[in-house]
Design a protein. Structure first.
Length: 373
């Protein structure tokens, strides 16, 4: 049973945010930056955030050439440009807000590996460069075939490489820790290990229900629970998608630095110091990977190991040090959901494989909506 003191002083807030990942914390920070007097509470079910924000591969990227070409087949040019702009602005804000050295930001550039069959993408490179020029002021993509040999990739499989100088990499753990510290320094209350069971909206606020005894009251609420949001609002148009990542033991003399993508972004690898971080393979069984179960699928691990051995590190020895999974969210479109769901409830969710890029900007825009309410 709660005490008088707890009821009097612990339960009422101006803004409650459910979910302590990059979007939830960024939203809270943006609110406090603009309105320091507001009482802001973030509720996170895990001891650490347990979705994708502490599990990702740390690519600071906004789309490879073939990813954007596949987006252009499904969306208008304006929509694709808006999405890239969102990611790029989000990355600028993240770097500025947290500090590049704090998050171990390195702009080694990014590359896409193309097979011979995929080389027709190069015919459309100028079109995509023209589309992105208003944002970057120069060509984003250029051919870098000379690097195939320098980096030691299997040149029977890799026919071309496309370079993007604007890509970088971060240390995901340092990024989230720095964001948590910033939140605390702004007097945002972050409670972890708190699973929200349900939410009830009233005309003048929302009740956030943890159990029979513990219920928080807030003027308005943001749901930043990404792949797990249907527990609280079942009709939301999104599905979970599991991502698998591994890291090797250090590889002395690793011949490349940077971020790398292939198969329309379904596979991605990078250096972390002298290790390789390698992830992907969701496309091997998209249906089965539409899950919130944190289990590693053997079929995917085998494929990652195969590609490491035959494509990325042919003729070199390596050992896998560790592997893990994280859960992101997908829908009919790659646009995240940023909306006022009802009178007092706001949504900032449905972030897929480039959520680190979008997270800070999404939080900024969500905070504007909540403060205007
Ligand atoms: C393996 C993997 C690799 C990736 N690599 C990259 C990359 O290199 N670059 C990139 O830009 N993006 C990458 N992403 C995507 C990116 O990590 C996500 O899009 C982003 O982190 C989503 O942030 P979020 O805050 O929306 O969600 P999350 O980080 O999932 O946060 C949601 C939080 O809500 C909490 N929660 C859920 N339900 C409740 C509840 N009922 N009560 C309380 N708390 C709750 C969860 O515990 C979770 O911490 C990757 C994702 C994965 C899985």
């Amino acid at each position: 049973m709660l005490s008088f003191w707890e009821k009097d002083h612990f339960l009422d807030y101006d803004h409650v945010i459910i979910g302590g990942g990059i979007v939830g914390l960024s939203t809270a920070v943006s609110i406090k930056e603009k309105a320091p007097q507001k009482k802001v509470l973030v509720l996170e079910r895990g001891v650490f955030p347990t979705g994708a924000s502490t599990k990702n591969a740390g690519f600071s990227c906004f789309g490879s050439l073939t990813e954007l070409l596949s987006d252009l087949a499904a969306m208008s040019s304006d929509e694709v440009l808006k999405l890239v702009e969102w990611r790029w602005k989000g990355l600028q804000l993240l770097r500025k807000r947290l500090g590049e050295s704090q998050i171990d930001y390195h702009q080694y550039g990014g590359y896409e590996l193309l097979t011979q069959e995929q080389s027709s993408a190069l015919d459309q490179m100028n079109r995509v460069n023209d589309l992105l020029r208003p944002l970057f002021r120069k060509n984003v993509y250029s051919i870098a075939d000379d690097k195939i040999k320098v980096f030691g990739f299997n040149n029977n499989s890799v026919a071309h490489m496309v370079f993007n100088p604007f890509e970088g990499q971060i240390h995901t753990g340092k990024m989230m820790k720095t964001l948590q510290h910033l939140a605390t320094s702004l007097k945002i209350e972050v409670l972890t290990g708190v699973l929200v069971e349900s939410i009830e909206e009233y005309h003048d606020g929302v009740k956030v229900i943890i159990d029979d005894d513990l219920k928080f009251n807030t003027r308005n609420l943001a749901l930043c629970t990404n792949a797990f949001s249907k527990k609280l609002i079942p009709e939301l148009p999104l599905e979970p998608g599991r991502g698998t990542v591994l890291i090797t033991e250090p590889i002395p003399g690793l011949p490349f630095k940077g971020t790398f993508h292939y198969d329309e972004g379904y596979y991605y690898f990078r250096n972390y110091e002298d290790h390789i971080i390698f992830g992907g393979g969701r496309n091997l069984d998209i249906e089965a990977e539409r899950t919130t179960d944190f289990a590693i699928r053997e079929q995917i691990m085998k494929k990652l190991q195969y590609d490491l051995k035959h494509l990325i590190l042919p003729d070199r020895k390596f050992k896998i040090a560790h592997s893990w999974v994280g859960i992101m969210a997908f829908g009919d479109t790659k646009q995240p959901i940023l909306s006022k769901h009802s009178h007092r409830i706001f949504l900032g969710l449905r972030l897929g494989g480039m959520g680190v890029a979008i997270g800070s900007q999404l939080g900024l825009e969500l905070s504007d909506m909540m403060l205007a309410d």
